[in-house]
Design a protein around this ligand. Structure first.
Ligand SMILES: [Zn+2]
Length: 261
């Protein structure tokens, strides 16, 4: 799951309104209505679901409350907002995990899950202790494990992720054959979404990884080590909860697993 860097209140985000005007917006600590934060969130982190990472039209995105309102989460505080597609928001449970959960704007959630060629997502099997618990709670919260076997017809997430994997593999072949440029790859990735799938498929190709981090608005750049092939690194070094991992790059360069060192 792409780790994101939310703007803090008082910082400026730029977004395009429904009339096509570019708006400079100062992020507020609180909004009168939470819907008013949607376009600023889009300006900050792009038109991507914070959980399944799919690209959506603005109308198909919802302002999502991390801590559910019925569990006492703030309805209007910017700090409690993410963007969600309708499916992730619908299936999201209202379980109150308190602090026993990771969030993409607070932790390096790229360390939490592994993505594979079947389109499925699994909790990173090398996690243990608190990290494993918190990653699994996030996984269960939005039912990231649903696949073709158990998703309802309305739950398009697995299928779209699976299709994205195939697109990313095809794009990589074209890139390695010299047919596609870095810009071509980024254009395709941004038009498809599922950032973690692209980042996984292109593991080992620094030129693409750096652009996936820089070109997807709001990606947490400090979550990846630019001096070491963009290995994911703990977001909260003072908090040992975030594990230290590195990529396992196989012969075909797919990152199948992240291993604790
Ligand atoms: Zn989603």
């Amino acid at each position: 799951m792409r780790p994101i860097e939310k703007k803090q209140h008082g910082e400026v985000v730029q977004y395009t309104d429904s009339r096509g005007n570019v708006i400079e917006h100062v992020v507020q600590a609180d909004y009168d209505k939470y819907g008013e934060a949607k376009l600023p969130l889009v300006g900050n982190i792009g038109r991507y679901c914070s959980y399944c990472e799919g690209l959506r039209e603005v109308d198909a995105l919802e302002v999502e409350h991390c801590a559910a309102r019925r569990n006492g989460g703030s309805e209007t505080a910017w700090n409690n907002f993410l963007l969600s597609c309708k499916v992730c928001n619908m299936v999201k449970s209202v379980s109150d995990f308190g602090e026993d959960i990771h969030w993409p704007h607070l932790n390096n959630t790229y360390l939490d899950f592994v993505y594979d060629e079947t389109g499925r997502v699994k909790v990173n099997p090398v996690l243990s202790g608190l990290s494993a618990t918190r990653a699994r709670n996030l996984y269960n919260l939005v039912r990231l494990g649903r696949d073709d076997q158990d998703a309802s017809p309305m739950d398009y997430r697995w299928r779209r992720r699976y299709e994205t994997w195939k697109k990313a593999v095809d794009a990589k072949a074209k890139y390695e054959a010299g047919k596609w440029s870095v810009d071509d790859i980024l254009s395709k990735a941004k038009d498809t979404g599922h950032w973690s799938v692209w980042f996984t498929v292109f593991a080992g190709i620094d030129a693409i990884l750096s652009r996936l981090i820089s070109d997807f608005s709001g990606t947490c750049a400090s979550c990846f080590d630019a001096d070491n092939h963009y290995q994911p690194i703990p977001r909260n070094p003072e908090n040992t909860d975030d594990p230290i991992c590195f990529f396992l790059v196989t012969n075909n360069n797919f990152c199948l697993q992240k291993i604790k060192i």
